[in-house]
Design a protein around this ligand. Structure first.
Ligand code: ADP
Length: 481
């Protein structure tokens, strides 16, 4: 890798402003399997040290003027933008996504830092009507304290900035544990935070191969006030249970099983473009990717044909090769699950329109795949496939498709394409999801609240709602006036 990237390639963890630990755990290039670097495999002692550092840094950080925190976060944002190319290259290599998408993630991630740097100045309390002469009711908004953040590999940069920047903006301090597969993007962000002037202990990043043990400390240590997590519903449930022991706040962005509905009054070309973007982004490895594509009878054949033609054109390759649109999957377990889901669907009567198997390049590359004749007995319907597989369902009736779309424990994102204004409102209101894209296949932005209902999570990230997780509300009765 070139010299500029090397200055951001950190191989130690950041605890209390010091780079610590012996590089041990290999991080690989997901397209080639080659080792890029090693990072420390830390344990409970280091997790405790990081939490204590954050606890000790909290009084001074939370007492800074909002404008002072804004200036530091703004500087962090500017450094991320200055180093966008290097961060994108590192991300593409350790995660696998195409370089253009990696760059998109860096800009998206930086957007949160920019937004919350500004938002630091907009933490508003209230004065409410008094219930008593000679007393006044004042509401203070105060930072909760130490935040621990556990983040996934599919967005190694943006899932960190989306949690850390609102926390730091309002005066909290943080300990981040990135995913084992993608710690380098986290450490690079931490290095830029140090350069931006984030004081020691305010942001700590620890790496480990033992997520369960370290995660237990991060979610049970009495000094921690909020646990914020993005990942599987399974792990979210464990963390929520552990956080219950000391009644911590939890903020959870968990799995999804997004329906994508195409009604017969939709603009089919727009629906195809939306489905391609929603389904195949990050090789299908996002929690808001279209998982189940329902197409109304009259337009089903035309849609299936156009979607297959579009998917067949997607270029598969290493993220760093030019023009690549689909990179490798994250690891062998990931591709094995995709293979299993396709085999299960085919055994139960699904028809492969294109793709259907591993790509000739070997490794963890999978062909963009479109399946027809899918039904609710198949795994692709019930579980997140997390791969480049688009399963198509045929439907006739609006109420019936809404019922099918809602027939899941998940409730993160849903999408539908229609033009009839009555239908648009009915369906948008009836879908039991935290986010609904109407005639749009991609909707993530720092300007809107991201999050789910049902077993897809608790809390919202992004927009002015995104600071609420990190604030306590205090009622002060000012008497004796
Ligand atoms: P995915 O299926 O996307 O890998 P996971 O929920 O397994 O989702 O992982 C998301 C994050 O949770 C990663 O940082 C991972 O290391 C961490 N993690 C996995 N298991 C646990 C656990 N038992 N406790 C705490 N964190 C965990």
């Amino acid at each position: 890798m070139d010299k500029k990237v090397m200055t951001l390639l950190k191989t130690q963890a950041l605890i209390d402003g010091a780079w610590v630990g012996t590089p041990a755990m290999p991080v690989t290039d997901k397209a080639t399997g080659e080792e890029i670097a090693r990072v420390p495999d830390l344990g409970v002692a280091e997790a405790k040290a990081a939490i204590e550092a954050a606890h000790n840094a909290f009084p001074a950080w939370s007492k800074l003027l909002a404008k002072e925190r804004t200036a530091i976060l703004r500087r962090w944002y500017e450094l991320i933008i200055e180093h966008a190319d290097e961060l994108a290259l590192l991300l593409s290599k350790e995660q696998g996504k195409p370089l253009s998408e990696a760059r998109g993630e860096i800009m998206y991630g930086a957007g949160f830092v920019e937004f919350f740097a500004e938002q630091a100045k907009r933490v508003y309390g209230e004065t409410l009507p008094t219930f008593k002469a000679g007393a006044r009711t004042v509401i203070l908004k105060q930072p909760v304290g130490v935040v621990t953040a556990i983040t996934p590999w599919n967005f190694p940069n943006a899932m960190i900035t989306r949690k850390v920047s609102p926390a730091l903006a309002v005066g909290c301090t943080a300990v981040v544990k990135p995913a084992e597969d993608t710690p380098l993007s986290a450490l690079a962000l931490a290095e830029l935070a140090v350069r931006a002037g984030v004081p020691k202990g305010v942001l700590n990043v620890i790496t480990t191969a033992d997520a369960a043990t370290v995660g237990k400390e991060l979610s049970t240590n009495p000094l921690v006030r909020v646990v914020t997590f993005t990942g599987s519903t399974e792990v979210g449930r464990i963390l929520m249970g552990q956080a219950a022991s000391t009644i911590k706040k939890v903020s959870l962005e968990l799995g999804g099983n997004a329906p994508f509905i195409v009604f017969d009054d939709a603009d089919i070309d727009q629906a195809v473009a939306g489905a391609l973007a929603s389904k195949f982004r990050n090789a299908g490895q996002t929690c808001v990717c279209a998982n189940r594509i329902y197409v109304q009878d009259k337009v089903y054949d035309a849609f299936a044909e156009k979607l297959s033609a579009g998917a067949a054109k997607l270029k598969v390759g290493a993220g760093t090769e030019s023009g690549v649109e689909i990179g490798p999957l994250i690891n062998e377990a990931g591709i094995a699950k995709v293979e299993d889901h396709v085999a299960d669907a085919v055994n139960k009567g699904a028809r492969v329109l294109i793709g259907g198997s591993r790509h000739d390049r070997g490794g963890t590359f999978f062909q963009p795949t479109v399946l027809a004749n899918v039904d609710s007995s198949m795994k692709v319907t019930r579980e997140e496939t997390f791969g480049p597989v688009a399963p198509l369902f045929r439907f006739t009736d609006e109420a019936d498709v809404v019922a099918q779309a809602n027939d899941t424990q998940f409730g993160l994102a849903a999408y539908f394409y229609a033009r009839d204004i009555g239908r648009v409102w009915r369906v948008a209101e009836a879908l039991e999801y935290g986010m609904v894209g109407v005639n749009e296949g991609v909707m993530s932005t720092e300007l809107a609240p991201f999050g789910g209902v049902k077993q897809s999570g608790l809390g919202r990230e992004g927009s002015h709602h995104g600071i609420e997780e990190f604030l306590d509300t205090k009622y002060v009765l000012m008497g004796g006036l």
